[in-house]
Write a protein that binds this ligand. Structure first.
Ligand code: ZN
Ligand code: FE
Ligand code: FE
Ligand code: ZN
Length: 272
């Protein structure tokens, strides 16, 4: 018995394949106790819509009703939760707050994919990395993590050290600086009562490791930040991918429990 997979997408986002039922069926076949769908929150709610990145605003209701319908139909085989992966950008808080509040999400993953308008984890924008100071990208990113936590809008931080995706690492920071930044971000997440995910999709990317690193995850655990697991599946065959390794990483970092979410509340359960 593995742990729930809380990070999955569907074809609604324009860059994934499969519908909700395909992911749920894959989770049953993988032997997962629970799956959450967390398709990208509609960008049109807080900025210009982009059909290659998220569903349209008017698709949100259909997403919710489809998830509920599938959850009911599979209730005897698996628990299905309704989530979303919502961006954090400074200034969008009051645009997304009412929509998050009125939609019956079981959990909201908060993710940082943009640093002043630059989608730094999008392959299409890879050239921009050459023009940037990598150390500054990391510092700006971790500052955004603190602000994401302070917004109190989200339950789970998605892919906590995403700037490493293509292999970019800080190189010129003073000794101990990165660890101190991880620590202060972890404290803000702890203060907000937030969790983080171990996201196994990094194993499929150039960096070839999970998000977050063992170092960051240890610090998160020390600061009392809860834990969930996500494959970030963009196809049903990726559901639950490498979860045995993810559980091993959690244990190595000192975690003995992970969280199950319902109606925006996390409940601790022992790791298998
Ligand atoms: Zn995606
Ligand atoms: Fe993401
Ligand atoms: Fe995702
Ligand atoms: Zn993601």
């Amino acid at each position: 018995m593995l742990v729930p997979d809380y990070h999955t997408h569907t074809s609604r986002c324009g860059h994934a394949s499969g519908g909700i039922e395909d992911y749920v069926r894959a989770a049953v076949e993988a032997g997962l106790p629970e799956i959450g769908v967390s398709d990208h929150f509609p960008m049109g709610i807080f900025g210009p819509p982009d059909p290659s990145l998220s569903m349209a605003v008017d698709e949100l209701d259909g997403y919710v009703s489809e998830a509920r319908e599938v959850a009911a139909r599979y209730a005897d085989r698996i628990v299905v939760r309704l989530g979303t992966e919502a961006d954090f950008l400074p200034g969008i808080e009051e645009k997304i707050r009412p929509v998050l509040a009125r939609t019956p999400f079981d959990y909201v993953i908060g993710s940082i994919h943009f640093i002043d308008g630059w989608g730094f984890d999008d392959e299409r924008n890879l050239a921009e990395w050459k023009k940037r100071d990598v150390d500054k990208v990391w510092l700006d990113y971790l500052d955004l993590v603190r602000r994401l936590a302070q917004s109190r809008l989200y339950d789970i931080l998605g892919h906590p050290d995403l700037p490493k995706k293509f292999g970019h690492r800080p190189s010129g920071l003073a000794p101990g600086r990165l660890e101190a930044e991880f620590r202060s971000a972890a404290r803000e997440l702890g203060r907000a009562g937030m969790a983080v995910e171990i996201n196994t999709s990094g194993l499929r990317k150039p960096v070839a490791e999970m998000y977050p690193s063992l170092e960051f995850l240890r610090i998160l655990g020390e600061e009392g930040v809860g834990l969930v697991f996500g494959s970030d599946a963009h196809g049903p065959q990726q559901v639950g991918s490498r979860f045995a390794d993810a559980i091993a990483l959690a244990r190595q970092a000192g975690y003995a429990e992970s969280l199950r979410f319902q109606a925006r509340k996390g409940r601790a359960a022992r790791l298998p």
